[in-house]
Ligand binder design. Structure first.
Ligand code: NAI
Length: 345
């Protein structure tokens, strides 16, 4: 049951840098006057360490009950071990649309200025079906799944987002020249949804390899990007690199009734426990969550709190207060303090 109480949300700290960045973000939200009451649950290695499943049923149930979660990253072992908590959660909760805004930030100097992209990634199908088999010793297979329903609803989400928010255009990245059935279905569904429901939205398509080349040469030619699961995963990190890295790109996993907000980055084992991770990507994800609360529930102070936090982190960066990944010297907590200092300025 989704209680849809405007004031409760699930907090999943995750593992690696997750607990550090979630603690910092929670503190900023409290100081900004957010009325959210957190219901904390574990997932990932943090849950395993407590003798629970990697994605405990109680955690999924809590998101189903409260409808919304802010989540830290969760580690997935490479080439062995348990399957990804993130993939499991997105599938179980039908969080079919990953929304990832990628924007230039004040005081963060990168090769390009004024980047303003939104990636819409299909979040439940493709090669993330997790169906892999050994056919014969020495030959393995991974199944790429595309359904008409899945391809249609993600395209609908992207065009609707573009239209409602007055964005300029949607570009679908694909490899339908090779994967004629799966990516072919993705493209056909998108074209059909476009023609039938959103003919006024500017829409084009590009083969993904050339699209990546164009993206690093001239990102300004893109606006909204629509793609299936694996391409969206890879292109998200590519685009993060255009605006300062994984420390500054937020995300939302949106379903019909539930939504989980998390940064694009992972658990960053190389810096975990050092107190130096950039909490900004998760803080920006929390701003997306507050705006979502304001749009979908009667949560009066959410929009105001979101604006306050956004203004404060932009000012913090403009003042040159940054963590190490952006060339600064602040720790995770010092960056959070610097944002808090600017909440009322
Ligand atoms: P990663 O995003 O964790 O790290 C890549 C690089 O970016 C590292 O050098 C890291 O230090 C840096 N970085 C990432 N976030 C940062 C932050 N907030 N501040 C400063 N630097 C930051 O990607 P990687 O290494 O490929 O994956 C590590 C683990 O995270 C894997 O187990 C992977 O499966 C998992 N992962 C989890 C995700 C999730 O929970 N949504 C998403 C992506 C990866």
């Amino acid at each position: 049951m989704n209680t849809n109480s405007s004031k409760t949300a699930v907090l999943i700290p995750g593992d690696g840098i997750g607990p550090e960045v979630t603690a910092a973000v929670k503190r900023v939200l409290e100081k900004a006057g957010s009325e959210i009451q957190w219901v904390e649950h574990n997932a990932g290695i943090a849950a395993l360490d407590q003798g629970k499943d990697v994605l405990p049923q109680e955690t999924t149930d809590a998101v189903l009950e409260h409808g919304i979660a802010l989540k830290g990253p969760c580690t997935t072992p490479v080439g062995k071990g348990f399957s990804s908590v993130n993939v499991q959660m997105r599938k179980k909760l039908h969080l079919y649309a990953a929304v990832r805004p990628v924007r230039s930030l004040p005081g963060v100097k990168t090769r390009y200025e004024n980047i303003d992209l939104v990636i819409i990634r299909e979040n439940t199908e493709g090669l993330y079906s997790g169906v892999e088999n050994e056919i014969t010793p020495g030959t393995v297979m991974s199944m790429k799944v595309a359904t008409e329903k899945g391809c249609t609803r993600i395209a609908d989400y992207a065009f609707d987002y573009c239209q409602k928010r007055g964005r300029k255009k949607v570009t679908a990245f694909h490899k339908a020249n090779i994967m004629k059935l799966t990516d072919g279905m993705f493209l056909n569904c998108a074209q059909k949804v476009h023609d039938e429901k959103y003919p006024a939205v500017n829409y084009d398509t590009l083969i993904i390899d050339a699209a990546c080349m164009k993206m690093v040469q001239n990102p300004g030619q893109f606006d909204m990007l629509l793609m299936e699961n694996l391409y969206g995963d890879v292109v998200s990190d590519l685009c993060a690199g255009l605006v300062g890295g994984l420390g500054v790109v937020p995300g939302a996993n949106i379903g019909l009734e539930h939504a989980v907000f998390e940064a694009v980055h992972g658990s960053a084992p190389d810096i975990a426990g050092k107190g130096i991770a950039n909490p900004l990507a998760l803080l920006m994800s929390s701003v997306m969550m507050l705006n979502y609360l304001s749009d979908t529930r009667n949560c009066a102070n959410s929009k105001q709190t979101a604006q306050k936090i956004k203004h404060a982190y932009n000012q913090t960066l403009a003042d040159g207060c940054k963590t190490g990944d952006l060339g600064g010297e602040l720790s995770t907590e010092q960056f959070a303090d610097a944002v808090i200092d600017r909440l009322n300025g």
